[in-house]
Design a protein around this ligand. Structure first.
Ligand SMILES: Cc1cc2nc3c(=O)[nH]c(=O)nc-3n(C[C@H](O)[C@H](O)[C@H](O)COP(=O)(O)O)c2cc1C
Length: 332
Protein backbone atom coordinates (compact mmCIF):
# COMPACT_ATOMS: atom_id res chain seq x y z
CA UNK A 1 0.00 0.00 0.00
CA UNK A 2 1.70 3.20 -1.20
CA UNK A 3 -0.36 5.76 0.72
CA UNK A 4 1.59 6.97 3.79
CA UNK A 5 -1.50 7.82 5.80
CA UNK A 6 -2.92 4.30 5.26
CA UNK A 7 0.38 2.76 6.28
CA UNK A 8 0.55 4.84 9.43
CA UNK A 9 -2.98 3.77 10.27
CA UNK A 10 -2.07 0.09 9.84
CA UNK A 11 0.92 0.59 12.15
CA UNK A 12 -1.42 1.77 14.90
CA UNK A 13 -3.85 -1.07 14.28
CA UNK A 14 -1.18 -3.82 14.26
CA UNK A 15 1.02 -2.65 17.11
CA UNK A 16 -0.59 -4.99 19.66
CA UNK A 17 -0.30 -8.03 17.41
CA UNK A 18 3.35 -7.14 16.72
CA UNK A 19 4.58 -7.62 20.28
CA UNK A 20 7.44 -10.11 20.76
CA UNK A 21 8.82 -11.69 23.90
CA UNK A 22 12.50 -12.00 24.72
CA UNK A 23 12.04 -15.78 24.66
CA UNK A 24 11.59 -15.55 20.90
CA UNK A 25 15.00 -13.96 20.38
CA UNK A 26 17.21 -15.81 17.91
CA UNK A 27 20.26 -16.87 19.97
CA UNK A 28 22.46 -17.96 17.11
CA UNK A 29 23.60 -14.73 15.51
CA UNK A 30 24.91 -11.30 16.32
CA UNK A 31 22.88 -8.79 14.38
CA UNK A 32 25.07 -6.06 12.91
CA UNK A 33 22.96 -3.52 11.04
CA UNK A 34 25.82 -1.03 10.56
CA UNK A 35 28.09 -2.36 7.88
CA UNK A 36 26.15 -3.31 4.78
CA UNK A 37 23.69 -2.01 2.22
CA UNK A 38 20.67 -4.17 1.45
CA UNK A 39 22.00 -7.11 -0.50
CA UNK A 40 21.43 -7.16 -4.21
CA UNK A 41 23.71 -9.71 -5.74
CA UNK A 42 25.40 -11.69 -2.98
CA UNK A 43 27.50 -14.54 -4.30
CA UNK A 44 26.32 -17.72 -2.56
CA UNK A 45 27.97 -20.07 -5.04
CA UNK A 46 30.30 -22.90 -4.08
CA UNK A 47 31.88 -25.98 -5.55
CA UNK A 48 30.35 -29.07 -3.99
CA UNK A 49 30.83 -32.68 -5.02
CA UNK A 50 32.90 -31.38 -7.91
CA UNK A 51 30.15 -29.19 -9.35
CA UNK A 52 29.38 -25.49 -9.08
CA UNK A 53 26.18 -24.71 -7.21
CA UNK A 54 24.67 -21.22 -7.05
CA UNK A 55 23.48 -21.58 -3.45
CA UNK A 56 24.46 -24.00 -0.64
CA UNK A 57 21.08 -25.74 -0.59
CA UNK A 58 20.32 -29.40 -1.16
CA UNK A 59 17.03 -31.16 -1.87
CA UNK A 60 17.33 -34.34 0.20
CA UNK A 61 16.18 -37.78 -0.95
CA UNK A 62 12.45 -38.31 -1.02
CA UNK A 63 10.20 -40.02 -3.43
CA UNK A 64 9.52 -41.92 -6.65
CA UNK A 65 7.38 -44.82 -7.77
CA UNK A 66 4.05 -43.68 -6.40
CA UNK A 67 1.12 -41.56 -7.64
CA UNK A 68 2.10 -37.93 -6.91
CA UNK A 69 5.87 -38.58 -7.00
CA UNK A 70 6.34 -37.60 -10.61
CA UNK A 71 5.02 -34.06 -10.31
CA UNK A 72 6.77 -33.59 -6.93
CA UNK A 73 10.09 -34.73 -8.38
CA UNK A 74 9.72 -32.65 -11.52
CA UNK A 75 8.96 -29.53 -9.49
CA UNK A 76 11.92 -30.21 -7.21
CA UNK A 77 14.14 -30.68 -10.25
CA UNK A 78 12.86 -27.45 -11.84
CA UNK A 79 13.81 -25.35 -8.80
CA UNK A 80 17.10 -27.22 -8.46
CA UNK A 81 17.95 -26.12 -11.99
CA UNK A 82 16.53 -22.60 -11.71
CA UNK A 83 18.31 -21.75 -8.45
CA UNK A 84 21.47 -23.81 -9.03
CA UNK A 85 21.02 -26.26 -6.13
CA UNK A 86 21.87 -29.96 -5.69
CA UNK A 87 19.32 -32.75 -5.56
CA UNK A 88 19.08 -36.39 -4.55
CA UNK A 89 16.43 -38.85 -5.61
CA UNK A 90 14.44 -40.91 -3.14
CA UNK A 91 15.11 -44.63 -3.04
CA UNK A 92 15.48 -45.85 -6.62
CA UNK A 93 14.59 -49.41 -5.62
CA UNK A 94 11.63 -49.50 -8.05
CA UNK A 95 14.09 -49.08 -10.92
CA UNK A 96 15.98 -52.25 -10.04
CA UNK A 97 12.98 -54.35 -11.03
CA UNK A 98 12.77 -52.94 -14.55
CA UNK A 99 11.89 -49.69 -16.24
CA UNK A 100 8.58 -49.18 -14.40
CA UNK A 101 8.36 -45.68 -12.93
CA UNK A 102 11.54 -44.54 -14.69
CA UNK A 103 9.94 -41.25 -15.64
CA UNK A 104 9.45 -40.38 -11.93
CA UNK A 105 13.22 -40.48 -11.51
CA UNK A 106 14.39 -39.24 -14.90
CA UNK A 107 15.34 -35.73 -13.80
CA UNK A 108 18.78 -35.18 -15.34
CA UNK A 109 17.19 -33.75 -18.50
CA UNK A 110 15.56 -31.08 -16.28
CA UNK A 111 18.52 -30.46 -13.97
CA UNK A 112 21.21 -30.48 -16.67
CA UNK A 113 24.76 -31.77 -16.38
CA UNK A 114 26.29 -28.95 -14.35
CA UNK A 115 24.60 -29.52 -10.99
CA UNK A 116 24.86 -32.43 -8.53
CA UNK A 117 22.18 -35.07 -9.07
CA UNK A 118 22.45 -38.28 -7.04
CA UNK A 119 20.53 -41.57 -6.95
CA UNK A 120 19.61 -43.38 -3.72
CA UNK A 121 19.40 -46.98 -2.45
CA UNK A 122 19.19 -48.57 0.98
CA UNK A 123 21.87 -50.77 2.53
CA UNK A 124 19.48 -53.73 2.61
CA UNK A 125 18.91 -53.68 -1.18
CA UNK A 126 22.63 -53.31 -1.79
CA UNK A 127 23.40 -56.24 0.50
CA UNK A 128 20.93 -58.34 -1.47
CA UNK A 129 22.34 -57.26 -4.84
CA UNK A 130 25.87 -58.08 -3.68
CA UNK A 131 24.74 -61.53 -2.52
CA UNK A 132 23.05 -62.16 -5.86
CA UNK A 133 26.12 -60.94 -7.78
CA UNK A 134 24.05 -58.16 -9.33
CA UNK A 135 26.03 -55.06 -8.40
CA UNK A 136 26.32 -54.22 -12.09
CA UNK A 137 22.62 -53.42 -12.08
CA UNK A 138 23.42 -50.46 -9.79
CA UNK A 139 25.98 -49.18 -12.27
CA UNK A 140 23.47 -49.60 -15.08
CA UNK A 141 20.85 -47.71 -13.09
CA UNK A 142 23.25 -44.84 -12.37
CA UNK A 143 24.21 -44.63 -15.99
CA UNK A 144 20.59 -44.67 -17.14
CA UNK A 145 19.72 -41.90 -14.70
CA UNK A 146 22.93 -40.03 -15.62
CA UNK A 147 23.40 -39.65 -11.86
CA UNK A 148 26.70 -38.49 -10.39
CA UNK A 149 26.70 -41.36 -7.94
CA UNK A 150 24.82 -43.25 -5.29
CA UNK A 151 23.55 -42.10 -1.91
CA UNK A 152 23.34 -45.09 0.40
CA UNK A 153 20.91 -44.80 3.28
CA UNK A 154 21.55 -46.58 6.58
CA UNK A 155 18.26 -47.22 8.35
CA UNK A 156 18.43 -50.19 10.76
CA UNK A 157 15.82 -48.64 13.04
CA UNK A 158 13.42 -47.87 10.20
CA UNK A 159 13.79 -51.42 8.86
CA UNK A 160 13.10 -52.79 12.34
CA UNK A 161 9.94 -50.73 12.75
CA UNK A 162 8.72 -51.28 9.19
CA UNK A 163 6.19 -54.15 9.14
CA UNK A 164 7.65 -55.41 5.84
CA UNK A 165 11.18 -54.22 6.66
CA UNK A 166 14.43 -55.99 5.79
CA UNK A 167 17.07 -57.28 8.22
CA UNK A 168 20.76 -56.64 7.66
CA UNK A 169 22.79 -59.83 7.41
CA UNK A 170 26.09 -57.99 7.68
CA UNK A 171 27.23 -54.65 9.02
CA UNK A 172 26.53 -51.69 6.74
CA UNK A 173 30.27 -50.98 6.93
CA UNK A 174 31.05 -54.19 5.06
CA UNK A 175 28.44 -53.42 2.42
CA UNK A 176 29.74 -49.88 1.91
CA UNK A 177 33.30 -51.18 1.57
CA UNK A 178 32.17 -53.60 -1.14
CA UNK A 179 30.38 -50.81 -3.01
CA UNK A 180 33.43 -48.53 -2.78
CA UNK A 181 35.62 -51.33 -4.13
CA UNK A 182 33.37 -51.45 -7.19
CA UNK A 183 34.26 -47.79 -7.85
CA UNK A 184 30.76 -46.42 -7.55
CA UNK A 185 30.88 -42.82 -6.21
CA UNK A 186 29.18 -42.93 -2.81
CA UNK A 187 27.53 -40.60 -0.29
CA UNK A 188 26.27 -42.17 2.95
CA UNK A 189 23.30 -40.90 4.94
CA UNK A 190 20.86 -41.88 7.68
CA UNK A 191 17.14 -41.20 7.29
CA UNK A 192 16.36 -38.97 10.27
CA UNK A 193 18.15 -40.33 13.36
CA UNK A 194 21.64 -39.11 12.55
CA UNK A 195 24.64 -41.12 13.76
CA UNK A 196 27.15 -41.14 16.58
CA UNK A 197 30.87 -40.35 16.84
CA UNK A 198 32.21 -43.81 16.00
CA UNK A 199 30.18 -44.11 12.83
CA UNK A 200 31.06 -40.53 11.84
CA UNK A 201 34.76 -41.12 12.40
CA UNK A 202 34.82 -44.28 10.32
CA UNK A 203 32.84 -42.67 7.49
CA UNK A 204 35.05 -39.57 7.39
CA UNK A 205 38.08 -41.85 7.03
CA UNK A 206 36.58 -43.63 4.03
CA UNK A 207 36.93 -42.45 0.42
CA UNK A 208 33.33 -41.30 0.22
CA UNK A 209 32.29 -38.41 -1.98
CA UNK A 210 30.14 -37.12 0.84
CA UNK A 211 28.26 -37.65 4.05
CA UNK A 212 24.69 -36.53 4.69
CA UNK A 213 23.80 -36.15 8.36
CA UNK A 214 20.01 -36.79 8.13
CA UNK A 215 20.01 -36.12 11.83
CA UNK A 216 17.37 -36.35 14.53
CA UNK A 217 14.94 -33.50 14.99
CA UNK A 218 12.86 -33.55 11.83
CA UNK A 219 11.21 -36.30 9.84
CA UNK A 220 11.66 -39.52 11.82
CA UNK A 221 11.22 -42.69 9.81
CA UNK A 222 11.02 -44.94 12.85
CA UNK A 223 8.02 -42.95 14.00
CA UNK A 224 6.64 -42.85 10.49
CA UNK A 225 6.80 -46.66 10.18
CA UNK A 226 5.18 -47.04 13.61
CA UNK A 227 2.39 -44.76 12.41
CA UNK A 228 1.87 -47.09 9.44
CA UNK A 229 0.89 -49.99 11.72
CA UNK A 230 -2.71 -50.99 11.17
CA UNK A 231 -2.88 -52.35 14.72
CA UNK A 232 -0.62 -51.42 17.63
CA UNK A 233 2.33 -53.84 17.60
CA UNK A 234 3.41 -54.29 21.24
CA UNK A 235 6.49 -56.23 20.15
CA UNK A 236 7.92 -52.94 18.82
CA UNK A 237 7.75 -50.35 21.59
CA UNK A 238 8.41 -46.74 20.79
CA UNK A 239 11.66 -46.38 22.79
CA UNK A 240 14.03 -46.83 19.86
CA UNK A 241 12.52 -44.09 17.77
CA UNK A 242 13.94 -41.45 20.09
CA UNK A 243 17.60 -42.42 19.85
CA UNK A 244 19.94 -40.52 17.59
CA UNK A 245 21.90 -37.33 17.21
CA UNK A 246 20.94 -33.77 16.38
CA UNK A 247 22.49 -31.82 13.53
CA UNK A 248 24.26 -29.54 16.01
CA UNK A 249 25.74 -32.48 17.89
CA UNK A 250 26.92 -34.03 14.61
CA UNK A 251 28.44 -30.79 13.29
CA UNK A 252 30.32 -30.31 16.57
CA UNK A 253 31.53 -33.91 16.37
CA UNK A 254 32.69 -33.44 12.77
CA UNK A 255 34.68 -30.38 13.84
CA UNK A 256 36.35 -32.37 16.63
CA UNK A 257 37.13 -35.17 14.19
CA UNK A 258 38.62 -32.68 11.74
CA UNK A 259 41.13 -31.70 14.42
CA UNK A 260 41.73 -35.31 15.43
CA UNK A 261 42.03 -36.82 11.97
CA UNK A 262 43.62 -33.94 10.01
CA UNK A 263 44.68 -35.14 6.58
CA UNK A 264 43.28 -38.62 7.27
CA UNK A 265 39.82 -37.27 6.46
CA UNK A 266 39.02 -38.54 3.01
CA UNK A 267 35.39 -37.46 2.89
CA UNK A 268 35.10 -33.70 2.82
CA UNK A 269 31.63 -32.87 1.46
CA UNK A 270 28.96 -32.65 4.16
CA UNK A 271 25.23 -32.28 3.63
CA UNK A 272 23.90 -30.87 6.91
CA UNK A 273 20.33 -32.14 7.11
CA UNK A 274 17.64 -33.55 9.34
CA UNK A 275 15.40 -31.24 11.31
CA UNK A 276 16.59 -28.03 9.67
CA UNK A 277 13.36 -26.17 10.34
CA UNK A 278 14.39 -22.83 8.92
CA UNK A 279 17.05 -21.44 6.66
CA UNK A 280 18.70 -19.26 9.32
CA UNK A 281 19.36 -22.23 11.58
CA UNK A 282 20.72 -24.13 8.59
CA UNK A 283 22.98 -21.19 7.78
CA UNK A 284 24.21 -21.06 11.37
CA UNK A 285 25.10 -24.76 11.31
CA UNK A 286 26.72 -24.30 7.93
CA UNK A 287 28.92 -21.46 9.21
CA UNK A 288 29.85 -23.58 12.22
CA UNK A 289 30.79 -26.69 10.21
CA UNK A 290 34.49 -26.73 9.33
CA UNK A 291 34.18 -29.01 6.30
CA UNK A 292 32.73 -27.94 2.93
CA UNK A 293 29.00 -28.16 3.30
CA UNK A 294 25.52 -27.44 2.02
CA UNK A 295 22.23 -27.51 3.91
CA UNK A 296 19.70 -30.19 3.01
CA UNK A 297 16.01 -30.42 3.72
CA UNK A 298 13.37 -32.96 2.78
CA UNK A 299 10.03 -32.17 4.45
CA UNK A 300 10.59 -28.42 4.06
CA UNK A 301 10.61 -28.78 0.26
CA UNK A 302 7.95 -31.47 0.24
CA UNK A 303 5.48 -29.10 1.91
CA UNK A 304 5.53 -26.88 -1.19
CA UNK A 305 6.44 -29.32 -3.94
CA UNK A 306 2.98 -29.93 -5.35
CA UNK A 307 2.88 -26.41 -6.77
CA UNK A 308 5.81 -25.06 -8.75
CA UNK A 309 4.81 -21.47 -7.94
CA UNK A 310 4.77 -22.13 -4.18
CA UNK A 311 8.02 -24.04 -4.38
CA UNK A 312 9.71 -21.19 -6.29
CA UNK A 313 8.57 -18.72 -3.65
CA UNK A 314 9.76 -21.01 -0.87
CA UNK A 315 13.22 -21.42 -2.40
CA UNK A 316 13.41 -17.70 -3.16
CA UNK A 317 12.68 -17.09 0.53
CA UNK A 318 15.50 -19.45 1.55
CA UNK A 319 17.97 -17.70 -0.71
CA UNK A 320 16.92 -14.14 0.12
CA UNK A 321 17.21 -14.97 3.83
CA UNK A 322 20.74 -16.25 3.21
CA UNK A 323 21.65 -13.02 1.42
CA UNK A 324 20.31 -10.90 4.28
CA UNK A 325 22.16 -13.12 6.77
CA UNK A 326 25.44 -12.69 4.89
CA UNK A 327 24.94 -8.92 4.99
CA UNK A 328 23.73 -8.29 8.52
CA UNK A 329 24.35 -11.35 10.72
CA UNK A 330 27.42 -12.96 12.22
CA UNK A 331 27.18 -16.52 13.53
CA UNK A 332 27.87 -16.68 17.28
C1 LIG B 1 8.44 -38.29 2.07
C2 LIG B 1 9.86 -38.62 2.39
C3 LIG B 1 10.47 -39.68 1.76
C4 LIG B 1 11.79 -40.01 2.03
N1 LIG B 1 12.39 -41.03 1.35
C5 LIG B 1 13.72 -41.26 1.52
C6 LIG B 1 14.39 -42.22 0.73
O1 LIG B 1 13.81 -42.88 -0.12
N2 LIG B 1 15.72 -42.40 0.93
C7 LIG B 1 16.41 -41.68 1.87
O2 LIG B 1 17.63 -41.84 2.00
N3 LIG B 1 15.79 -40.78 2.66
C8 LIG B 1 14.47 -40.54 2.49
N4 LIG B 1 13.85 -39.59 3.25
C9 LIG B 1 14.61 -38.95 4.36
C10 LIG B 1 15.14 -37.58 4.00
O3 LIG B 1 16.05 -37.63 2.92
C11 LIG B 1 15.81 -36.89 5.19
O4 LIG B 1 17.00 -37.58 5.51
C12 LIG B 1 14.93 -36.85 6.41
O5 LIG B 1 13.60 -36.63 6.02
C13 LIG B 1 15.31 -35.73 7.36
O6 LIG B 1 15.19 -34.47 6.76
P1 LIG B 1 13.98 -33.45 7.12
O7 LIG B 1 13.94 -33.36 8.62
O8 LIG B 1 14.38 -32.17 6.44
O9 LIG B 1 12.72 -34.02 6.56
C14 LIG B 1 12.52 -39.24 2.98
C15 LIG B 1 11.90 -38.14 3.61
C16 LIG B 1 10.59 -37.83 3.33
C17 LIG B 1 9.97 -36.65 4.03
Amino acid sequence: MGNISDRKFEHIQLATAAQTGVGELNQFFDYEPLFSAHPDSVDLSLTFLGKKMQAPLWVSSMTGGTGPAKIINQNLALVTKEFGLGMALGSCRPLLDGSKDFSDFDLRPIIGDDLPFWANLGIAQLEELIDEGKLDSVKEMLSRLQADGLIIHLNPLQEWYQPEGDRYKRSPLETIETILASEIPVIVKEVGQGMGPRSLKKLLEMPLKGLELASFGGTNFSKLEKLREKELDLSKPIDLMFVGHSALEMVNQINLLKTELGSNILCENIIISGGIQDSLYGHWLSERCQLTNVVGRAKGYLDHASSIDDLRKFVTGQIETLKMAKSFLKAK
